[in-house]
Design a protein around this ligand. Structure first.
Ligand SMILES: [Fe+2]
Length: 592
């Protein structure tokens, strides 16, 4: 049975294909059309899903969308009526959403087929149920607490659920305008981070601050029965889309979230490229602290209703790996399964799996242990890309490729590492990664100056062989999708100085041989040379979506000051000096 899952006309549009209950392929449209957070219809992603399983759209029996514009309709109407100025906007938004429900026509158009030839059954699933489904149905458990939180989705920001067997029973919802995601976005915007998806940057800034704004931020997000409540005086009225707009061309835009009240209390908002002041750091600190308090409070309540050790969760806020890492100390939950695509691209998987299990009553059978659900490329395709680019390269056997890459990293060089299937979700997990030495004091600056150009305060992440996690980190719970931040043990901080954040933490990826043998063996090779079972891992890109194809990887390698590229079975190394030295005479002309 073939089920296509979709997230469409929403940020991070995506598609996933599920065959007999197993996720065979999943990809966000941005990786294919190269437009970050693209929010239109995922035409290319759908085609890639079908190609991956050798199917035609007419073979698909069910199409599931992680959005249901009829969900929570009474609440939406009630909200619109209480805010007459928003009624027109509400009606427009609803009309647009209704038009988008015609999935058959949209797919027929995208794939250039006759709509009448499509016989699939169509399913629409409420946003947060799809988030929870994306985590629970991928988890190994038959029973778990389910949780989802983000800015907004189908007029809800937070959902709690009891998950058992093939069922997800919703226990509670927090409706808009009350949203932890919106608070995060509002304060991010106030301190100059105004793009969709900037919240992770502010999470990295938080430990530089102090708690001087704790009580002020406590007034913005107040405790309330059933969860929390925002003081709306600090917010611009945001409408039922909670300030996020998807333009007709798929660009995702954020409206200004903060009101004049913020300026009155905290002063001028920071402009995007202005210097970061202690005020901004303290706001980031207070925000993260309050976010965590509310999150743990919500999870405490959830545990009272679902008293299990296991929690499966997703939603954009589930990417807050700092909060995730503290969960074991601050809540009764002992095991987490967090969907690697915790943001809205994950809805495609959630909607498809929910259809399989909950609607079609099929038994649970598939645990998603690794995130490598994207495309892969043959050596011959990679070789022709290298030839076309005019790069000098060598073909190596597996052991030589691992050994030479480990030598490069150990020598302090920066290596592009392109292997196997692309990761699903926002993190590079060792298949589309840039890798470097974690223990060189200048490595963070080198990476930023040469390739990544990120803010000075943002940390780089460590990938560690799973069996060494306990030796290096203060927590044992695995973090296979790089979604937990733990303290690094004091005696290991120096050897991990390039990935040790200012608060002595690291957002680790634990790597097992079972999940990624090639990457595991690379870290092992580096370990044998240096005694450190860890490498620095950052995403393979330069201010763009993570590279997907060999051509994109080669292009990124050539235009940045990466030292070497290990791609498939091939190794390209830049000679001393500049990228030009690498190229053949034909492409040298092009470069200069
Ligand atoms: Fe969401």
């Amino acid at each position: 049975m073939l089920i296509l899952g979709l997230n469409m006309f929403h940020a991070d549009a995506s598609a996933a294909i599920v065959l007999d209950g197993e996720v065979k392929f999943a990809i966000a449209e941005e990786r294919l059309n190269r437009r970050k957070h693209f929010g239109g219809f995922p035409s290319l992603a759908v085609k890639a899903c079908l190609d991956a399983v050798g199917a035609k759209i007419s073979d698909v029996e069910h199409v599931a969308v992680g959005q249901d514009s009829d969900a929570n309709l009474a609440k939406k109407v009630q909200y619109a009526l209480a805010n007459p100025a928003k009624i027109l906007n509400f009606i427009r938004l609803r009309q647009r959403k209704q038009a988008m429900r015609d999935v058959r026509s949209l797919l027929a158009k995208a794939l250039d087929v006759d709509g009448a030839s499509l016989h699939f059954q169509e399913h629409h699933l409420e946003h947060h149920i799809a988030h929870i489904a994306s985590a629970y149905y991928c988890s190994p458990w038959e029973k778990a607490a389910g949780f989802s939180y983000d800015g907004s989705g189908d007029f809800v920001s937070t959902m709690m659920a009891r998950c058992e067997g093939s069922e997800i029973e919703v226990l509670d919802r927090v409706y808009l305008p009350h949203s932890l995601g919106s608070v995060y976005t509002m304060i991010c915007e106030f301190i100059g981070y105004t793009q969709y998806g900037d919240e992770g940057k502010v999470m990295g800034l938080a430990p530089y601050g102090t708690d001087r704004y704790a009580s002020e931020i406590g007034k913005i997000v107040k405790d309330a029965s059933g969860g929390f409540q925002l003081d709306l005086n600090y917010f611009k009225p945001l409408g039922s889309n909670q300030g996020m707009q998807v333009l007709a061309d798929g660009t995702v835009k954020l409206a200004r979230h903060y009101s004049e009240r913020m300026e009155k209390i905290f002063g001028e908002p920071r402009r995007s490229h202005a210097e970061i002041t202690p005020r901004d750091m303290d706001l980031a600190f207070g925000l993260q602290q309050r976010f965590e308090e509310i999150f743990f409070h919500l999870l405490g309540d959830l545990h009272l209703r679902v008293p299990l050790d296991e929690i499966a969760f997703a939603g954009g806020c589930a990417l807050n790996s700092v909060a995730n890492g503290k969960l074991f100390d601050r809540t009764p939950f002992r095991q987490t399964y967090i969907q690697p695509a915790a943001g809205d691209e994950g809805l495609a998987i959630g909607a498809a799996l929910h259809t399989y299990h909950s609607v079609l009553k099929q038994p649970r059978r598939h645990e998603l242990k690794q995130s490598y659900l994207g495309p892969e490329f043959s050596d011959s395709r990679i070789q022709s890309a290298l030839e076309s680019a005019g790069l000098e390269y060598r073909k190596l056997d597996r052991a030589a490729l691992l050994g030479e890459t480990a030598d490069q990293i150990a020598a302090g060089n920066v290596v592009g590492w392109f292997q196997g299937r692309m990761e699903w979700g926002p993190r590079a997990l060792g298949n589309r990664s840039i890798v470097a030495h974690p223990g060189l004091p200048n490595m963070k600056d080198v990476l930023n100056a040469r390739i990544k150009h990120r803010e000075w305060f943002r940390p780089f992440a460590p990938s560690i062989l799973a069996e060494y996690q306990h030796e290096y980190f203060e927590h044992d719970h695995p973090s296979p999708f790089m979604l937990h931040v733990y303290k690094i043990r004091p005696q290991k901080r120096e050897s991990l100085c390039a990935v040790n954040h200012v608060d002595d933490t690291g957002r680790l990826q634990t790597v097992t041989r079972e999940e990624n043998p090639m990457y595991y063996d690379l870290i092992s090779a580096f370990h044998r040379k240096t005694g450190i079972p860890v490498i620095l891992n950052t995403s393979f890109n330069e201010n763009e979506p993570i590279v997907c194809t060999p051509e994109e990887a080669i292009d990124c390698f050539r235009r940045t000051r990466m030292d070497a590229l290990a791609i498939g079975s091939f190794m390209a190394v830049k000679r001393e000096g500049s990228a030009e030295k690498l190229t053949t005479s034909a492409s040298r002309t092009e470069d200069t």
